[in-house]
Design a protein around this ligand. Structure first.
Ligand code: AMP
Length: 430
């Protein structure tokens, strides 16, 4: 099968790496890809993965490329093209593509849509309100004593959520999002949720419109600094499995969250084919959904895909075709840990073009894979080109060994200003 992957981050490198291992993959393009993706080769015949200089939001250009090269399946990594309707566009033009259509992608593209859906179908979530008017929003925040999450309704690069601890902070947050439009048009409407306390975990399920198969647990690390301090980021590291849910808890969570979600989709005629990724808070009164995403998490994809034993081409094909019921997910018993190396200053302003050294040494380590995110190769050397630069991933029989291996690989890699957290997975250590 000829495959086209859309996106350029660590998640997409992990997707390309895993797809390239499949004997079904005969040709693989990635638009736009990155320096690490361009270095991958197909297991079948050693052919190079080809990066194509089209951004993931260039829908007309992506369509034209696909019409010319006829991939048998296009795989969409990031949320933006999904919410722009790339799946509908490709399907209208007779091209097979994996990912939720525009309507289904609303689970991520509109927090108001998700909140209404959860309330309508009995999915446990935070007490919340949705507002088009700042003064109504502030009144509601005051009823929560100002302890809340103020969320821009639309997509905001994972940044449109402000956590507040007092009425005055909540009022400032509403003004920032709705009046100053700190996150642009995404802030025309806000969702305000009560502040939930507990351990946060990531769930992923692969869906085919009627069946959903739950993945093992994982945990992301959203804050920039050790000990969950500092600003929210796209994710500074992840590991899987996360030991905070037993098999029984996971089965109960499936009943409480995934089953009503599937019933709701059937009732409302939402045809969701792709990854549903609920962010879940394990509270004293049970699991509650904070938000839904409609694609693989990044860096969760890096830890899941280094544990997945199924052929990814077959799995995504089944998800797109509606035949997931026949597929059994198989996971290695290893623990996988991904440590993100980011540019100095991220998630704020940062410099680009810093030469990355030591990648060759890290590549020689066993049970380790350095996924690239913001990297480029303008000449002979690989340089930084984004906030999150690398997702250094290692796997081993237990968490302590996997962490040690991931940090040993991190220690081999250098670039000016590199920052990383030193405590990825630490919460789960005995
Ligand atoms: P979201 O993009 O909605 O997942 O929010 C980003 C991050 O903000 C989450 O990963 C949580 O760490 C935090 N957060 C979101 N909603 C809440 C909430 N209701 N209570 C506490 N923390 C939250």
């Amino acid at each position: 099968m000829k495959l086209l992957v859309i996106g350029s981050g660590g998640r997409e490198h992990a997707l390309v790496w895993k797809l390239a291992q499949s004997p079904h993959a005969t040709r693989l393009w990635c638009a736009p890809g990155n320096a690490g993706i361009a270095a991958e080769r197909l297991a079948r015949d050693g052919a190079a993965v080809e990066c194509v200089a089209i951004g993931s939001e260039g829908l007309p250009e992506l369509l034209a490329f696909a019409q010319e090269h006829r991939p048998d399946l296009t795989v969409v990594g990031p949320d933006n093209p999904l919410s722009l309707g790339i799946v509908d566009l490709f399907q209208k033009n007779g091209l097979r593509i994996w990912g939720p259509n525009q309507r289904a992608a609303q689970f991520e593209a509109s927090k108001a849509f998700s909140q209404r859906f959860m309330e309508a179908h009995g999915i446990p979530t935070a007490r919340s309100g949705t507002f088009n008017d700042p003064s109504e929003a502030k009144k509601f925040a005051a009823t929560l004593g100002g302890r809340c999450a103020v969320k821009a309704d639309g997509l905001a690069l994972g940044k449109g959520v402000l956590l507040t601890g007092s009425v005055s902070e909540a009022e400032r947050a509403v003004d920032e999002i709705m009046v100053s439009r700190a996150f642009g048009a995404a802030g025309a409407r806000v969702v305000i949720q009560e502040f939930l306390e507990g351990m946060e975990i990531s769930l992923h399920a692969i869906c085919d419109g009627s069946t959903a198969k739950l993945f093992p647990t994982s945990q992301d690390h959203k804050r920039a600094l050790d000990g969950d301090q500092g600003p929210n980021t796209g994710g500074m590291g992840a590991y899987s499995p996360a030991p905070f849910l037993s098999e029984e808890d996971l089965a109960a969570t499936r009943k409480q969250i995934l089953d009503p979600w599937l019933r709701g989709c059937a009732e409302e005629g939402v045809d969701f084919r792709g990854i549903l990724y609920p962010g879940v808070m394990l509270t004293k009164s049970g699991p509650k959904v904070l938000e839904f995403n409609a694609r693989f998490g990044d860096p969760e994809a890096q830890v899941y895909l280094t544990r997945l034993e199924n052929d990814l081409v077959e799995l995504l094909d089944a998800s797109a075709s509606g035949t997931l019921a026949n597929v059994e997910l198989k996971w290695s018993r290893n623990v996988s840990v991904c440590v993100v190396m980011a540019s100095g200053g991220y998630p704020g302003a940062y410099a680009k073009g810093k030469v990355i050294r030591g990648l060759g040494h890290a590549a020689q380590l066993p049970s380790t894979k350095v996924f690239h995110a913001g990297t480029a190769r303008p000449g002979d050397e690989i340089v930084t080109s984004g906030g999150r630069v690398l997702g250094v991933t290692a796997w081993a029989a237990d968490l302590a060994s996997a962490r040690a291996a991931a940090y040993a690989a991190v220690a081999k890699i250098r670039f000016d200003g590199a920052q990383r957290r030193g405590d990825i997975g630490a919460k789960a250590l005995p």
